[in-house]
Design a binder for this molecule. Structure first.
Ligand SMILES: NC(=O)c1ccc[n+]([C@@H]2O[C@H](COP(=O)([O-])OP(=O)(O)OC[C@H]3O[C@@H](n4cnc5c(N)ncnc54)[C@H](O)[C@@H]3O)[C@@H](O)[C@H]2O)c1
Length: 272
């Protein structure tokens, strides 16, 4: 198991589904956490949960689109924890179900601000502190949505495409100062509530298109983040790590062929 003992990690969007799960897992592996979210009650609840499991965490209410608040977050982390080792850019606005011609320009701007401007701002204010510690890691939570077209979520996918590019630029510019920067691209990782809300037919459809036997879970993402934050990933930088059960790496007609295609079935029967 990856050891993160004593490592100071900022997690943005810590009140949410993936942020909450990764906060608990990182704390369980010894990290000291600076939890940040725009949702005050949510982030303070997370902090209390970490304390309840015997971990070390502080909470900061931050709107990651606001430069002054992000500067304050970085200073708060240093003041409370003595420095910063890892930044996890997880806060995000999820995909909005609108096709491009109907997409409101304000929603486009808001999505870009929360998902992309935020990564620029947090990195801008945290990188000098990482350099001061002799190095560190930045992990950007992007999305598999940035890798292929879909019938909606234009602003979301474009913002995550920007995150992928920024990941490579940060890694390139600060690698010599011992800063690694990678992105994790989740597929479908719903929490229990979202799972219960989602139509069974949609879940079945998604599961059919994963290579592996089940849909993703928040823990799958938390474990990838823990690995990338640890010294085990020392020689890994500038990578876009898809943690999506193979969702986007097979021929798109595969699931339909498996279920409905008589030719495919007859080939399978012949080779059996
Ligand atoms: N859950 C998935 O299946 C999935 C798939 C692909 C990518 N992702 C990415 O993972 C990340 C987390 O997703 P999630 O499923 O936990 O979503 P979530 O909605 O549960 O959590 C997002 C968190 O970000 C916070 N946030 C929103 N705007 C903010 C702002 N301006 N300042 C600070 N915090 C703000 C919210 O309060 C919330 O706590 C996002 O970046 C998302 O795009 C998730």
């Amino acid at each position: 198991m990856t050891d993160l003992s004593g490592r100071v990690i900022i997690v943005t969007g810590a009140a949410g589904n993936l942020g909450g799960c990764m906060a608990k897992l990182l704390a369980a592996r010894g990290a000291r956490l600076v939890l940040s979210d725009i949702n005050k009650d949510g982030v303070e609840r997370r902090r209390d949960e970490i304390h309840g499991q015997g971990g070390d965490a502080v909470a900061h209410v931050t709107d990651v689109t606001k430069e002054e608040q992000v500067r304050d977050l970085a200073n708060f982390a240093v003041k409370k924890m003595g420095g910063i080792d890892v930044l996890v850019n997880n806060a995000g606005l999820l995909g909005q179900e609108i096709q491009l011609a109907d997409l409101d320009a304000d929603l486009w701007d808001r999505t870009m601000n929360v998902n992309l401007r935020s990564v620029f701002l947090t990195s801008k204010f945290v990188i000098p502190h990482l350099i001061g510690r002799g190095g560190g890691a930045i992990i950007n939570i992007s999305s598999a949505a940035s890798k292929a077209g879909y019938i909606m979520s234009n602003a979301y996918a474009a913002s995550k495409g920007g995150v992928n590019v920024l990941t490579k630029y940060i890694a390139t510019q600060y690698g010599k100062q011992n800063i690694r920067c990678n992105a994790v691209l989740p597929g479908i990782h719903l929490g229990e509530e979202a799972m219960a809300r989602t139509a069974k037919e949609s879940l079945r459809n998604l599961a059919e298109h994963c290579m592996l036997p089940r849909l993703g879970t928040p823990e799958d993402i938390a474990k990838a983040v823990a690995f990338l934050a640890s010294d085990d990933a020392f020689y890994i930088t500038a990578q876009l790590l898809q943690v999506d059960g193979g969702l986007l790496d097979h021929a798109p007609q595969m699931a339909d062929a498996r279920n409905n295609d008589g030719f495919y079935r007859s080939q399978l029967a012949r080779s059996a």
